[in-house]
Design a protein around this ligand. Sequence first.
Ligand SMILES: *Cc1c(COP(=O)(O)O)cnc(C)c1O
Length: 233
Amino acid sequence: MLQIRDNLKRVREKIAKAASKVGRNPQDVQLVAVSKTVDTKRIKQAIEAGATILGENYIQEARRKIEELGQDVRWDFIGHLQSNKVKHAVDLFEMIHSVDRLSLAQEINKAAEKKKKKVRILVQVNISGEEAKSGIDPGGIISLVREIAFLPNLSLEGLMTMPPYFDDPEEARPYFASLRELRDKILKESIGGISLKELSMGMSGDFEVAIEEGSTLVRVGTAIFGERILTTS
Ligand SMILES: *Cc1c(COP(=O)(O)O)cnc(C)c1O
């Protein structure tokens, strides 16, 4: 209990410090506590210690947890989303960080329309061009954003990326900077109704650098909950 509380406190302090370092308001950076593979008992401890946004990667696992813990906190989906799980994702999550193709955006829009709600989404970008990574490549993003702008039940609010893993977080900096520059480039196109306020970037090992480069949503798991035990779920 104490440990999760302490970890959260430490992460929050680091967020504030990184924001101040570059003259940003720490309030403009939201913490997504990534709780994949973490049991509900420990998630509850994080909520009691003030976590307000939880991030999950797998629909089935998240559904179990959300049924138990309720939707008073905000749940965000950050994993790879398969089309056949879209309906559940729309039921369970407030924001989907990982929209990487038009067909997926269309499915989410359709499911949201049925539920008479608007779903907040981010477009996931494969900035590094690594083949194994999800995300649209930067060259295709403006046309994707133009198409998404026509979908009435989606609220496109920004971009998300995952750089390659580095031991030294400084090496991730150019990838974070690229996502910010890409966002600014899209904004110059003045596509109707699109503001792209959010940049979802930075994890346990590199969130401070990400904040210095403009992150508004850091997705932090290990630094809050400790090392994940590998499961097959
Ligand atoms: C697991 C995961 C995280 C959190 O990673 P940590 O290194 O544990 O902080 C962030 N984003 C995504 C997309 C993830 O899958």
